[in-house]
Every structure is written in structure tokens, then in C-alpha cells.
Design a protein around this ligand. Structure first.
Ligand SMILES: Nc1ncnc2c1ncn2[C@@H]1O[C@H](COP(=O)(O)OP(=O)(O)OP(=O)(O)O)[C@@H](O)[C@H]1O
Length: 227
């Protein structure tokens, strides 16, 4: 189990996270939903070690983690192929990197772009590469901050289906921040709803995988987010 416990974070006078405790069960996907600006990215930055000033505890996150940030983190002077290779090279041999790269680029119709530099790709293309690179990196924990936000509907669907497929094969633990209730219902085993700032945990929902209650769950979440 990965855990954050009693996390409090202020930026000067702005109270952002106000005693946040969440358990992230292993081999499950936890989706974090909350109003804009409530501190979701701040929480991920605390988990990833980017933010060091906060009070509370983070437990279990010393594992190898792959991240997908809201904006892509591709290295501008490396082409697509080298960007992927750079991340995977400590984890797999050249042959495995090559087969992974071919399969993954094909999946999102980007095979022809493997020698392009990030500046010559669209924002959506760069985001697709970032997402696939994180999927390909064999970490125990995958953390994604609004990963599908800048993607067109088709690409989003392809990546969501692929994510579901990988999850069945790999049993990874995932934490996904999203604004999108449907996405949370599709991907989450657990949904954590946060309040407005100063932000607390408002509701935690464990989903049992059945689609029957989906409409009802959606209504409950919408209501929680509006209140
Ligand atoms: N470095 C910073 N210095 C001061 N205030 C900050 C800093 N980073 C974030 N904030 C403020 O903290 C609050 C939470 O920001 P954060 O980006 O974590 O929210 P979020 O829930 O991820 O937002 P969104 O859903 O819009 O992406 C916001 O009010 C933001 O203005």
C-alpha cells in the first residue's frame, strides 16, 4: 500500500492541502477528482519529491515510479526514438526497446515520426509519446496528471483501451488525477473526491468493476463536486 498521511501544504498565505490522507492500494487504480486549483498537482508533486516543503507523511513511494505530467517532459534535443530509449535503456535490452517502440508507436499511428524532434510534433502527439513512454517503463507505480486532457477523442480512446489492456497484464498500481468523471469511472478501482481549498478528502468510493451502477455513481460524484 502506498499512503499519504495528514498532508498539509500552504503556499505563503494560501492554504491548499488541509490534512489529506489517502491510501493507494497496490495493483489498483486510484483516481483523484477535484475542483480546478484544489491542489491535485501539488499533491502529486509532493509524492514525486518535487515539492519538499510540506507537513505529513508519504509512505511507500520510494519505488521506481513512472510519471505522466500535464505537459510532456520530452527532451527537446532528442528525437522521439531517443526520448523513449533514454528512459527505457536501464530497464531493457536494445532488442526489447526496439520491439516495444515499434508496437507502441504503431498503436497511435506515430511510426513515421520516430526521428522527429519534439518541436516538430503537435502537443497531442508529444503527449501521446509521453504517455506511451510511461506505460512502457516497467515501474510498479504509474502516476498520471490529467494524461488524456490534450488528446482528440480517438487517441484518447485508443490509449484508454491500451491502458486497460496493460493493467490486466501487468497489475500495476496507478494514480490518476483527472477532471473527467467518465474517465474516473472507466479507469478507477477507487475514486477520491477532493473539496475546494483548503482542500480535504470529501468522499472515497470503492468501485467493484460492475457497470450497473454507473449512472448512479456519476450522479453521486457530480453532486459531490458541485456541493
Ligand atoms: N508554486 C506555487 N506558488 C504559489 N501558489 C501555487 C504554486 N503552485 C500552485 N499554487 C496554487 O495552489 C493551488 C493549487 O494548485 P494546483 O496546480 O496544485 O491545483 P490543481 O488542482 O492541480 O489545479 P488544476 O485542476 O487546475 O490543474 C492553486 O490555487 C495555485 O494557484
Amino acid at each position: 500500500m502506498y499512503q499519504v498521511k495528514n498532508i498539509i501544504k500552504n503556499y505563503n498565505d494560501l492554504k491548499v492541502l488541509d490534512d489529506i490522507s489517502i491510501d493507494f492500494p497496490k495493483n489498483k487504480t486510484t483516481c483523484i477528482l477535484g475542483p480546478s486549483g484544489c491542489g491535485k498537482t501539488t499533491l502529486l508533486n509532493i509524492i514525486s519529491g518535487i515539492i519538499k516543503e510540506y507537513s505529513g507523511e508519504i509512505i511507500g513511494f520510494e519505488d521506481d515510479i513512472s510519471f505522466v505530467f500535464q505537459e510532456d517532459r520530452l527532451i527537446p534535443w532528442n528525437n522521439v526514438s531517443s526520448n523513449i530509449e533514454f528512459v527505457l535503456k536501464n530497464k531493457m535490452n536494445k532488442e526489447k526497446i526496439e520491439t516495444t517502440m515499434e508496437r507502441y508507436l504503431k498503436l497511435v499511428n506515430l511510426e513515421e515520426y520516430r526521428y522527429y524532434y519534439p518541436k516538430d510534433l503537435s502537443g497531442g502527439m508529444r503527449q501521446k509519446i509521453s504517455i506511451l513512454r510511461a506505460f512502457a517503463y516497467p515501474s510498479n507505480l504509474l502516476i498520471m496528471d490529467e494524461p488524456f486532457k490534450s488528446l482528440d477523442i480517438n487517441s484518447k480512446q485508443v490509449l484508454i483501451d491500451f491502458f486497460k489492456e496493460l493493467r490486466i497484464m501487468e497489475n500495476r498500481t496507478c494514480i490518476i488525477v483527472t477532471h473527467d468523471i467518465e474517465e474516473a469511472l472507466t479507469l478507477g478501482d477507487k475514486i477520491v473526491i477532493l473539496t475546494e481549498k483548503p482542500t480535504r478528502v470529501k468522499k472515497i468510493m470503492e468501485l467493484n468493476g460492475s457497470q450497473e451502477n454507473r449512472i448512479k455513481l456519476r450522479e453521486i460524484i457530480e453532486k459531490e463536486l458541485m456541493m
